[in-house]
Each structure stands twice: as structure tokens, then as C-alpha cells.
Design a protein around this ligand. Sequence first.
Ligand code: 3NM
Ligand code: MG
Length: 517
Amino acid sequence: MMKKSEVNYELYLVTDSTEKILGSRDLVEIVRKAVEGGVTIVQYRDKDSDAAVQVANAKKLLKVTQAHGIPLLINDRIDVALAAGADGVHIGQDDIDLPTARKMLGDDAIIGVTACSVEEALTAARQGADYVGVGTVYATPTKENAKSIIGVAGTREVLRALHQENREVKAVCIGGINLSNVERVNFQLSVLDSTRLDGVAVVSAIIAAADPKVAAKQFRHSLAHPPPFIGALTQTNILDALSQQTPFLSVIERVATQNPLCHNMTNTVVQNFAANVAIAIGGSPIMSTQAAEAVDLARLGGSLVVNMGTVTPESIAAYITAAQAYNAVGGPVVFDPVGAGATGLRRATVKKLMNEAYFDLIKGNEGEITTVYGVTDVQQRGVDSGVSTSTLEEKARLVRDLALREGCVVLMTGKTDVISDGRRTFTIENGHEFLGSITGSGCTLGTTIAACLAVAKEDKLLAAMAGVLFFEIAAEVAAAKPGVVGPGTFGIAFLDSLYALRNVAVQRSKDGVFLAR
Ligand code: 3NM
Ligand code: MG
């Protein structure tokens, strides 16, 4: 039997013998290939075969796993595990209870338990489970009777609770994990210091794969590498940036000279103004809301704004397809959860989008950011911000905590903007009240930030701050212009000011005041 301390849970293969997934192929051969490809632990899961068949299969599988020094566990059946001499069992909430299983198998056996909730996970941990299988992360045809789909957010809650208990118990997640989401899910579940994911459990994405060895190899590769949207961080010192302004201007200059694609999925009211803002700062706007072209657009090196102005089944599906396409190539995605707390549909949409995609930056007013954080008792008046009751310090803590939890940049707009990447938190006092009197100023701030992110991926906080300052200083300049008397004249002057500021940045660059990277 394998020593428990040597078990690696990184890529946990759960088998399936059904027609739907295994088909007519030979289970032992499939597992052999998967193990050769890098699976680190195997669970034999067979809900249909008789005990004698299960014992025979388990013995064959054991030869394969033992040859590679990895453990074999048996799903549900303690008798089968004992008869075959397997390394342990995996039990669900409806199987023989953990204390009994432990008595039957002894201390050296590996025993894992399925946990759908914090309570189930903590109970398993306290009763001495070696690991918990947390899920169901995503609905999956492999287990149609799954009790609860808890998503990335629910899974993270369970991991955090386990961590707070300070238990030795290991954790893997399960349900719908495949090669197109494993990098993101692994990142989303491991980003917090206070959660720890020891591995991912997979059925169909390996068992039903055309080549299980290749699939397993690809999983191991994905698990060992950060997702494309994380990229390679360079150490930009943002305090230098603040004192010199130079890096901010450099970001603006890069937008003006590189003309990044600004892909906006936004509501019809704002499209015209957002496109004009994008052009004024040097971006190349495209206002497509079509999922069908998002994959092609994502390859053009720009960035995406998902403005949740419209929430229909079609628009939600399109937001997800587009965000995932940008995630796949490392193109920045800005999420504007418009009116997030206003309706149940919008709250559910926020949850769904955050579950299915990664957002490099989340921007919103206090109510929206509070909703995204998950405080459900905030009822917003409409899509505009309500009256704030929290102090600046409380806002800063919320923004920082959300950024930490999601591993992204969070911007809370308001009279004082608060921005954080979890490690660094700043306030910005610029802007003008006229911005609140024209349609789409929040949406076009998203457009401006997205353009900056596209050209300065190495420090997303710096890029986003450059975008905010660019936008808000242009508003101040515009409001101070002679002839600007109200929202109408302001709107026109604002576009001119953005354009003028951009030219200042380009001119300073040409003069050698700073060197664009
Ligand atoms: N247990 P696939 S979900 C066996 O939530 C199993 O406990 C689950 O299959 C749980 O990787 C699941 O093909 C099936 O989505 C996972
Ligand atoms: Mg079971």
C-alpha cells in the first residue's frame, strides 16, 4: 500500500464504465494510457458491475497503478477495496459512513469523501478523511443526479472553510473540469492564500478522450502553467509611477500609437459614444455583441469590455463565449456589472459570468461592487448608485478583498475612486460632476481602461490607473473650457480633451521625455 504522505492529488482520474463514456473500449488500457500521460491517482468507479467483476477489474487496475507508484481507490465499495487490496476508497454522503469505513480499512487506507457544502467538508475533515472531493463545480452529463452545482464560488467557500479549520485534509474539485477550463478554474480556486486546491478530478475529459495519454499530458501541462491572462508580471514600481506620472503617460502614448482593438459588448444607448471615446484616445473600436465573431476578434490583440447592460439568455451566452475567447489568448477583459444588485436576474447573471470566465478588471459603483462581492441584501435603486453608508476605509477593504479573492483588479467608482489589485490599493480624486450627467460615462470609462490594459498587460493596476486618470483629467479639462455650460457642451468638449491629452502624451514621447516600451 502507498504511503499517504507520498500521494499526489494533482490529476485525479475517476473511471467510468458506462456505454456513454467508456463505450466498447477496454478500461484497463484506457487507464494505462492515462497513467502514462501523468495521472497521479486513480479511482475505480463502477456503479453497475457485480462485486466479482469489480474485484477482478480492480486487481487489473492495481497492477497498472502500482507499476507507476500511484494509488488506486475504489468508489463506494469497501468490500471490493479489501478484496482487491486497493489503497483506499472514495465514499459519498449516502455510502457507509467514514468512521465505520476507517474501522474496516485501518489508518493506512486512503479515504476520500464527497462534499457539496462547507458543513459536509468540515465533518469529513473532523472525522479524519484524507481528502475531500468538492463539487459539483459544473453540471456534467457524467453524473446526472448531482445534488448541487456549487460553481467556482461555492467550491472556493468550501476550500476556505477547510483552510480556516487548519486541517491536514487535502482537497480536489470535481464536475465538468475539462481542458478548456482547467487553467482558469485552477487559478480561480488557488489564487487566494487562504484556499488550497491539491488537484482536479476528471472523468470524461480523460476517459472519453480520443487519446487519454495526450489528454492527461495536456492536463498536467495546464496545471503547471498560469493561464494566458495572467502572463508574465514585471516589477513596475507604481509609487515611482505616481510620483513621476511618466509611466501613466507612457500607457496613453502606447494606446495612441498601437491603436489596440477595443471590443465593446455594450448596450445600444452607449455604443455611439463609446466608439467615439475609443477613437479619441487612439483605439480601434468594434461594437460587436455577436458571439460568433468573438473568437476571431480575440485574436487581434485587443481587449474586451463586457457591459452587462442587456441581460437576455442570448446576451449572457455571448458574454461568456467572448470572455472565454479573450481568456484563452490572454486578452484583457473588463467586466462592468451594470445594475448588478437591481434584480434577481442581474445577480444571477453576475454569478454565472464570474463562474464561467475570468475578468482582468471588474469596475462598478459601490452597490455593484458590493453585489459582486456577494452581499446579497443590497437592493439598488436602479442602475445609478444609491446613497453610500460606508466609510472610505470600508470601501477600500471591500475593493481589496474582492481583488484578492478573484485575483484581478477591482475599481469602485464614485466621488473618490478606489482601485486595487489586492496587494496595492489607491484612491483617485479626479473627475467632474458633469460625467454623471451624460449617458455612458461609466461604460466609456470601461472602454478607456480596456484600451490601456491591452497595451500594458505587464502591470494591470498601473494600466487601469492610467485609464482612470486619462479619463477623469480629460473631464476636468473639458469642464473648465470656456463655453462649457452643461452636459451637452461638456460631452463634445470631453471628446476633444481626450484627444488633446492623447496628443500631449505622443508629443512628450517624441520629445524624449519618456521612452515608450
Ligand atoms: N462526482 P466529469 S461530479 C463522479 O460532484 C462525480 O461529487 C461528482 O465527471 C460530484 O469530469 C462527478 O466527466 C462526475 O464532468 C464528473
Ligand atoms: Mg458513492
